[in-house]
Ligand binder design. Structure first.
Ligand code: NAD
Ligand code: AKB
Length: 314
C-alpha cells in the first residue's frame, strides 16, 4: 500500500474536525496534518499534528506540502452562503484563490489526490426543485454558489488538462453536534436542537415550509471517504457529484424533536437567508453517485434527531 500523508486545510471547521479524526483512524494520527487559520482546536488537541496555515499564502502552503511530504490535500477552508452575502469579495477571493493555490501545488508536486467540496448552493431558482439532477440548468444567485460552480469547473479543468486526481461532492446542509457551523443558510437545523434542549423553544430564520436537502455528518464523512477511496476509473464526474440523504422543513424537524421534548415550541421569523433558501432545490437526485461508487446514506430525520439529542445532552 502506498504511504499517504494527508493535509486537511480548514480542519477546525464544522466538517474539518470530524473528517480529520476519521482520516486519522484510517491513515494513522501522524499521517494526517490538521491545518487552519485558527491557531489550535481543543477538539483536535492530542489527536495528531496541527499547524496554523493560511491557504491564501501559496508560498507557505507549498513549503508545508514539500517539507511534510504531503501526498493528498483535503481543502475545506471557505466562506459559506450566509456569511458570503455579507462579504461577497472575501467569499469570492478565499473560495477561488484557495482552490487555485491547492490545484496548482497538486499539479506541481504530483499529489496523489485532492478533495474539495462543492454544495447544493450551485443550483439556483431555474434548477428543478424536486429531485434536482446531476446535470441541469445551473444559475446560482449567491456569491457562494457562483464560487462553487466556478470551482467545480476548475477541478474538472485540472483533471482533464493536468491529470490532477481531484474529487468533489455537492454536500447538502450538514447537521452535526461536535463543531459549530460556519455561517450557512442551513445552520438553523443545528441551532434548533441546541435551543430545544436549552430553552425548549426556537425562533427559526426560515419559514415553516422551507424544504431543503440535508445530511447528518456521519453520512457526509462516509460519503467523502468512500468517494476518495473509490478506484479512479469509477469516477465519471470530475466537476462534483450530487449526493442526497433527506429533505425536511423547519416544521418537520420541530415535529421530530417534539417526539423527545413534547414541550418544545417553534416560531418563525424569516430574514435575508430565506431568499437564499428559496433559490435552492428541495431535493436532490444522486443516482450517478449511487451507480459509480455505491453511495447510500444511513440516517433519516428521526434517526438523526435521536442521535443529535443524545449527544448534545452528554
Ligand atoms: P467552516 O466555516 O465550519 O470551516 C471552515 C474552516 O476554514 C474554519 O475553521 C476557518 O477557520 C478555516 N479557514 C478560513 N479561512 C482560511 C484560510 N485562509 N486558510 C486556512 N483556513 C481557513 O466550514 P465547513 O462547514 O466545515 O465547510 C467546509 C467546506 O464544505 C466548505 O468548502 C463548504 O463550502 C463546504 N460545504 C459545507 C456544508 C455545510 O453544511 N457545512 C455544505 C456544503 C458544502
Ligand atoms: C450553507 O448553507 O451555506 C451550506 C451549504 C448548503 O453549502 N450549509
Amino acid at each position: 500500500m502506498v504511504k499517504e500523508k494527508i493535509l486537511v486545510i480548514g480542519a477546525s471547521g464544522q466538517i474539518g474536525v470530524e473528517l480529520t479524526i476519521a482520516l486519522r483512524k484510517i491513515y494513522g494520527n501522524a499521517n494526517v496534518i490538521a491545518s487552519d487559520l485558527r491557531e489550535q482546536n481543543p477538539l483536535l488537541e492530542g489527536t495528531g499534528p496541527y499547524v496554523s496555515l493560511d491557504v491564501m499564502n501559496k508560498e507557505m502552503l507549498h513549503v508545508q506540502v514539500i517539507r511534510q511530504n504531503v501526498t493528498q490535500i483535503y481543502l475545506l477552508a471557505a466562506i459559506l452562503s450566509a456569511t458570503g452575502e455579507k462579504n461577497p469579495n472575501l467569499a469570492w477571493n478565499l473560495n477561488m484563490q484557495g482552490l487555485l493555490n491547492v490545484l496548482d501545488i497538486a499539479r506541481e508536486e504530483k499529489l496523489h489526490k485532492v478533495y474539495w467540496p462543492s454544495s447544493i448552493a450551485v443550483f439556483g431558482p431555474t434548477s428543478p426543485k424536486i429531485n434536482c439532477p446531476q446535470q441541469t440548468i445551473i444559475e446560482p444567485i449567491t456569491v457562494y454558489g457562483i464560487s462553487k460552480y466556478a470551482g467545480e469547473f476548475w477541478c474538472n479543468y485540472f483533471h482533464q488538462r493536468f491529470n490532477v486526481d481531484v474529487r468533489s461532492l455537492r454536500y447538502p446542509g450538514l447537521i452535526s453536534y461536535k463543531s459549530a457551523p460556519g455561517g450557512g443558510t442551513t445552520d438553523y437545523a443545528i441551532e434548533i436542537y441546541q435551543q430545544a434542549l436549552e430553552e425548549k423553544k426556537y425562533e427559526c430564520f426560515l419559514s415553516e415550509d422551507t424544504y431543503l436537502p440535508m445530511m447528518y455528518m456521519p453520512d457526509a464523512i462516509k460519503a467523502t471517504i468512500e468517494l476518495m477511496e473509490a478506484p479512479a476509473e469509477k469516477i465519471s464526474v470530475r466537476t462534483s457529484y450530487n449526493i442526497s440523504s433527506m429533505s425536511f422543513s423547519p416544521k418537520e424537524i420541530a415535529e421530530s424533536i417534539k417526539q423527545h421534548i413534547p414541550a418544545f415550541k417553534i416560531s418563525f421569523k424569516s430574514d435575508y437567508r430565506q431568499n437564499i433558501a428559496n433559490s435552492w432545490p428541495q431535493s436532490i437526485d444522486d443516482t450517478v453517485a449511487q451507480k459509480d461508487w455505491n453511495w447510500k446514506p444511513e440516517y433519516d430525520l428521526d434517526k438523526m434527531t435521536e442521535d443529535m439529542l443524545l449527544n448534545l445532552k452528554l
